[in-house]
Write a protein that binds this ligand. Sequence first.
Ligand code: SF4
Length: 364
Amino acid sequence: MSIKRRPTRTIYVGNVPVGGGHPVVVQSMTNTDTRNVKATVAQIRRLEECGCEIIRVAVPDEEAAQALKEIKKAISIPLIADIHFDWRLAVKALEAGADGVRINPGNIKGLENVKRVIEAAKAHGAAVRVGVNAGSLERDLRQKYGGPMAKALVESALRHLDFIVGDLGFENLKVSLKSSDVWTTIEAYRLFSEQSDFPLHLGVTEAGGLIPGTVKSAFALGLLLSEGIGDTLRVSLTRDPAEEVRVAYEILRAVGLRNRGPEIISCPTCGRCEIDLFAIAEEVERFAQKIEAPIKLAVMGCVVNGPGEAREADVGLAGGRGVGIIFRKGKIIKKVPEKEILPAFFAEVEAFLKETSAFKDSSH
Ligand code: SF4
């Protein structure tokens, strides 16, 4: 099935195009203390390796805003400052070199102050995300709609756009309409995309831990993306942000919009399994996160059925009694002692990648 993307205009966050039919961009957010430049840079670099394409950092005070200068120098993906309440911090972050700011105009009090942020973004050639959030919606809209309903989120966003685009003439912006409720999120993005062509940043806010957060995000974001809605996304998880990046690419692969990194086929195990497959699968997942090529890897519990069941895989491993086997496209090519199974598998994957260096993220 090929997805017809909804037409949106192109904006730029640093050097990354967002919207206008460009590949859906994967974002994440650091969970280090932004004032700790060393830790924040280390985390961003790790996320870059996993495929994160835009990174957001919290800017809770002036010291954090200042730290952006050093952070920006040490990373190669666009840097977004996340601002709440204080317009001065947004201006300082932009002066420090942030490629964009995420503001919730609903909690930056006074149009004059929103104007100051927008003027600074214009002066520095930066992008702005108008991030409407169900938890901090304006009181009059909550009263009008009886709560943070989808229509209320959309009206809030359109109201801010009226001012920022209509009155201030600023257009390098994208919009998000987040709620922790899946259906409110879906409805809000659908409604907004019928009324505006600004690019949309997708997300379900406070989605939860690895399992509930992944399920909620896969459902809401997968559905919206399959309808052609969404130009960039962040999967929000109570976890290492590297997991957010991984889940985001899995969602994009599932809907067929991006194909970055290995697809891992692994069996659920059964009474025939003779190795510690759960631990092995985890190691393989960690190893795979740094590979960009869209190859297929298999991790199977037994020699009897494993290779046959994973015929589609480019390279696979399967456990046996005291031995591990390595296979390609369902054919066994090597047997090794069980404890050597992972190094042998990794070496085989690397050899395969060298032989087929033409593999690239199909969306680029
Ligand atoms: Fe069971 Fe082997 Fe199939 Fe895994 S590959 S589910 S261990 S039969």
